[in-house]
Design a protein around this ligand. Structure first.
Ligand code: ATP
Ligand code: MG
Length: 440
């Protein structure tokens, strides 16, 4: 029997006391992307399975081992997206976005699903922030996208990352490379896992990112693709490095990076953290000039990256990063009695219209318990409203940190509109008091 009080293995809840961190990170991501001209796109969590098999590649680990694929009630094969590039390309083609003025620059934040062995930094549901840039063929584009990734990471406060780049060439230069790889792995065939034995004929490059320790060991001494680049790909890679220098980016060339998805061509890159153990790649990306055409769209040079938000959170925690604090209660209105409760409802309504976080009792608590609660949630100010306050139209606004109080006018909440003038007095009162007490 499935346990109904336990989240599915490899999935996690973001709890109310932590969600402000996610909000902070996601806001920085979208904000930074917009500085580079990227607009948000939202695509479905489910796609036809072929959207992924034809793009990510049917010899990749993702497609062969990790996809959540099922038949829906109409007997169509549906897959929960393992990444967002394929869906984004599908959407760009479907809506004719690639016929508009290029480059098309889009970004996204969304959940992804992969049936992997859950461990630190590796989950079955995780979240990616990513960007895709279409119609951008020259090295300046690679450098711009890589700088954007770097800027996002620094804007959310992440330190100590290294950038590793490589070029995996185009289908043309890969022919020779595949032949060399095949020859190398043929000689070590018995050491490979069954999946990789099968890959040997179909797509030997995929053996390079197999997770089996045995295959990894064999792959260590395999030929590297960068030695097989054609002139155009080599020139492109030199251009990328020059533009990265011009953008002030530090990087190392790591000839072993191939990335786990089939659609990549030429530039590939990763940002790696030294602070979170084995699952150290927080961002991966690259160019995929063939993908749009392969998926039935107009031939369009393109590139992008995706970062795993959970891994970024792990780095931020490990680095004890500071987040913009969560919004907390500006004022707690503590009513005593039925009439006061109605007044508190009106008051809170007005205060919220003015942009304050105003809270009042909705649990039917007595005054003492209410004040304890106001304290617990860290309310900046509080005001007790009882018969006396309703009668005089005035109440004491208490600074919860210092205990100081000021007398301010309150509206007769039951006929709020008539007392609008008084409301502004109260709001002013709060603002003045805020300044005086210098809490907010
Ligand atoms: P890995 O080699 O760690 O499996 P990958 O090459 O499969 O990564 P990509 O498909 O390039 O990863 O996805 C981009 C980013 O998404 C990764 O760099 C990582 O930060 C994050 N990511 C990928 N898979 C997971 C997962 N199962 N759980 C959490 N984050 C993930
Ligand atoms: Mg993976």
């Amino acid at each position: 029997m499935a346990e109904i009080n336990k989240a599915i293995r490899g999935t996690a809840d973001v709890l109310p006391n932590d969600s402000y961190k996610w909000q902070f990170v996601e806001q920085k991501m979208l904000e930074t992307a917009s500085l580079f001209g990227f607009k948000e796109i939202r695509v479905p969590v489910i796609e036809h399975t072929e959207v992924f098999t034809k793009s990510v590649g049917d010899t990749t680990d993702v497609v062969q081992k990790e996809m959540y694929t099922f038949n829906d009630k109409g007997d169509r094969s549906i897959t929960l997206r393992p990444e967002l590039t394929a869906g984004t390309v599908r959407a760009a083609i479907e809506h004719g976005l690639l016929n508009d003025a290029l480059p098309l620059k889009v970004c996204y934040i969304g959940s992804c699903y992969r049936y992997e062995k859950p461990q630190a930094g590796r989950y079955r549901e995780f979240h990616q922030f990513g960007v895709e840039c279409f119609g951008a063929a020259v090295p300046a584009a690679d450098a711009e996208v890589i700088s954007l990734a770097s800027r996002v990471l620094s804007n959310i406060g992440i330190k100590n990352l290294s950038l590793e780049i490589n070029s995996i060439g185009c289908p043309e230069c890969r022919k020779n490379y595949h032949a060399a790889l095949k020859e190398y792995f043929e000689g070590n065939k018995e050491l490979l896992c069954d999946t990789c034995k099968d890959r040997l004929d179909r797509n030997p490059m995929r053996i390079l990112d197999c997770k089996c320790p045995e295959c990894k060991k064999v792959a260590e001494n395999a030929p590297v693709v960068i030695d097989y680049l054609c002139d155009d790909c080599a020139a492109h890679f030199e251009g990328v490095k020059k533009h990265l220098d011009a953008a002030n980016m530090k990087y190392t060339v790591n000839p072993k990076i191939v990335r786990g998805l089939d659609y990549y061509t030429r530039t590939v890159f990763e940002f790696i953290s030294g602070d979170i153990g084995a699952q150290a790649t927080v961002c991966g990306g690259g160019r995929y000039d063939g993908l749009v055409g392969q998926m039935g769209g107009p031939k369009t040079a393109a590139l992008g990256f995706a970062m795993g938000i959970e891994r970024l959170m792990l780095v931020l925690d490990a680095q004890k990063a500071e987040f913009a604090p969560a919004k907390s209660c500006d004022v707690y209105i503590a009513p005593m009695g039925e009439a006061a409760s109605l007044a508190a409802t009106s008051l809170c309504t007005l205060l919220r219209e003015e942009g304050f976080m105003a809270l009042t009792d909705i649990s039917g608590r007595g005054l003492k318990a209410q004040m304890k609660y106001a304290d617990k949630i860290g309310a900046a100010f509080s005001a007790v409203i009882g018969d006396n306050e309703l009668e005089t139209g005035k109440c004491n606004l208490k600074n919860m940190q210092t205990g100081d109080t000021v007398e301010v006018s309150i509206p007769d909440g039951l006929v709020g509109a008539v007392y609008e003038a008084k409301i502004s007095v109260m709001l002013e009162g709060i603002e003045n008091a805020t300044e005086n007490f210098s809490v907010k």
